[in-house]
Design a protein around this ligand. Structure first.
Ligand code: PHE
Length: 337
């Protein structure tokens, strides 16, 4: 009987070792150790043994086998539980290495870059940066700038009007500013001279987009009001700015022109070495009527103003062929700057 018992034990241990999942092990447990199980049978057979000695020895052997099989089942159950948990963890695992290389970071738009560099250059020349509203009244945009109603120059600013009627006002007097020059008036009203300001910002005109025009574009306005300011200060400032922004091999020139809000007026151009002259913007001595509109006494103070397109500057600096390209949001274009 002892031999049978040991054979049954060895078979049971081998089966336990071979079990590959917990369900299989549970079935094995019932088959081996259950009331009607294979090993329980040996207990019954003990009664058939003849001597007490035999019964005791065999009884001990059966108990040892039952204990050994029970221990083997417990150990195998632990092993399979650990393996099952590891498999579940593996199955539910999140791949945190998926974005191991961070997406490319963006950068400021070409026009914003030019805008910020312009501010830096003028701050370096002693100017202060100011701002004005994009939606203006025709008084700030035209009248205060020496363009009364019916002035022919108004027609040159293809103006976009806004439905809004100012409190106490009449329809048709609210507009999207066509240039940054109304900020001259706002600065004169808000500050005491001497005034040294630049006002960058967005401006609007009723234009069809083409290679050199956009209905929404950007300008930077400059205004200086002080005692004894002359055209020479204007020319010197434009020249200093040109060299600081474009580089020492660039120079500038003024060409006579006309603006209602400056007298005399000029257009200024820049060029590098012996290259072609490129028109940048307008400028001139602030017209006495404009000083008065800003609440400044023209007998005591004089000043100059200038204004030019920022988009244009970006186009020139980067040799961009078509203004519209700057606003298509095409990454192949944007990533070059
Ligand atoms: N505001 C003018 C324009 O938009 C430019 C300018 C500004 C001219 C200041 C003279 C003085 O064309």
């Amino acid at each position: 009987m002892i031999d049978d018992l040991h054979a049954a034990r060895d078979g049971a241990l081998a089966e336990i070792e071979a079990a590959t999942d917990l369900d299989e092990l549970t079935r094995l447990d019932a088959r081996l150790l259950g009331k009607k199980g294979e090993l329980a049978d040996f207990k019954k057979r003990l009664g058939g043994l003849s001597t007490p000695d035999e019964k005791r020895t065999a009884g001990q052997a059966v108990n040892e086998v039952l204990a050994a099989v029970g221990a083997a089942l417990a150990r195998r159950r632990d092993e399979l539980t650990v393996a099952a948990r590891a498999a579940a963890v593996e199955a539910e695992r999140l791949d945190l290495t998926e974005f191991v290389s961070a997406p490319t970071r963006g950068h400021a738009h070409v026009v914003t870059q030019a805008w910020e560099r312009l501010e830096d250059v003028f701050i370096g020349l002693g100017f202060q940066v100011v701002e004005g509203p994009e939606v203006e009244t025709d008084w700030y945009n035209f009248e205060a700038l020496n363009m009364a109603e019916g002035h022919p120059a108004r027609g040159e600013f293809d103006t976009l009007f806004v439905d809004h009627v100012a409190p106490g006002g009449t329809p048709g007097h609210t507009l999207l500013r066509t240039h940054t020059s109304p900020v001259q008036i706002r600065a004169m009203q808000a500050m005491e001279p001497p005034i040294y300001v630049v006002a960058p910002g967005r401006v609007f005109r009723r234009d069809t987009p083409d290679a050199t025009h956009m209905p929404v574009f950007h300008q930077i306005e400059g205004l200086v009001i002080d005692k004894g300011i002359t055209m020479a200060h204007l020319a010197g400032t434009i020249e200093a700015f040109t060299k600081a922004f474009f580089g020492g091999d660039f120079s500038s020139r003024l060409r006579p022109s006309y603006f209602p809000f400056t007298e005399p007026s000029a257009e200024f151009d820049i060029h590098r070495g012996g290259g072609d002259w490129l028109e940048l913007g307008g400028c001139g001595m602030v017209h006495p009527n404009v000083l008065r509109a800003g609440g400044i006494d023209p007998e005591e103070w004089t000043g100059f103003a200038f204004g030019f397109g920022i988009d244009r500057m970006a186009v020139m600096r980067h040799e961009i062929a078509d203004l519209r390209e700057m606003y298509t949001n095409d990454l192949r274009f944007i990533e070059q700057f």
